[in-house]
Design a protein around this ligand. Sequence first.
Ligand code: ADP
Ligand code: MG
Length: 262
Amino acid sequence: MSAPAAGPRPPALVLRDVVKEYEGVPPLRVLHGIDLTIAPGELLAVLGPSGSGKSTLLALIGTLDRPTSGSINLEGHDLARLSDKQVAALRARRIGFVFQQFFLLPGLTTVENVATGLLYTGETARTRRERAVSALKDVGLGHRLDHHPDQLSGGEKQRVAMARAVIGDPGLLLADEPTGALDTVSGAGVIDVLRGLNARGTTVIVITHDRDVAASFPRRIGIHDGRIAFDERDAGAGAPLESGIGGVRGVDTRSRPARRLA
Ligand code: ADP
Ligand code: MG
């Protein structure tokens, strides 16, 4: 897998006419031609009714599945040109995931759970542990290092899952309803952590049902019946249209344009 050509930083993601059908008779078309460009360092919310295709979209972006047709380019890599093995390597290095369910391993401590995020990197056990401790401190859990998941609150478990997701320093963090199983206060804490990661440069995409959370994000994408229903950007948010590569196509052009950063 060759590195993208030198030059301006490529977009974090470019989706062109992405269609996804699930097998069946007849096939179930869940995404109907999604066009989307996301710049490095964006923080965006994905909104939409249940069943509209949000998780399917995130799974495609996260390389967990492949589109039926259309193209996905991740940080300059055209995924269709990569083998499954190459895609898996790219995913391991560049993408972190957080889900509504925390998927922590019950027999492991907090540190051990987070260190699993580095299992396939070739780091020594000692380095993995040190980095796990540091990642846990970053999410405010430095005092819970040796707890087991059943000794943690829901909000704490999600922080562990976030530390595990970002310990390898991925460029892209994908979160599918990360506050869906949490009370309001814990949920707000989780969103704060996501914001902090974004502030350090990580591109963050969050599926959320929480309209207040979404409203507080600089960019919001609405999915309806497998299509982009809206794509709104706050003035001054990000610089995705400055790259000269794309921007958003096929969406509501009445949404506010991106403005050049001061
Ligand atoms: P959302 O996350 O917006 O609730 P999903 O992307 O999970 O929506 O699902 C969109 C549609 O695709 C739903 O009708 C769902 O039942 C269907 N679907 C999701 N995953 C699969 C699958 N693996 N096989 C078949 N149908 C699926
Ligand atoms: Mg979903």
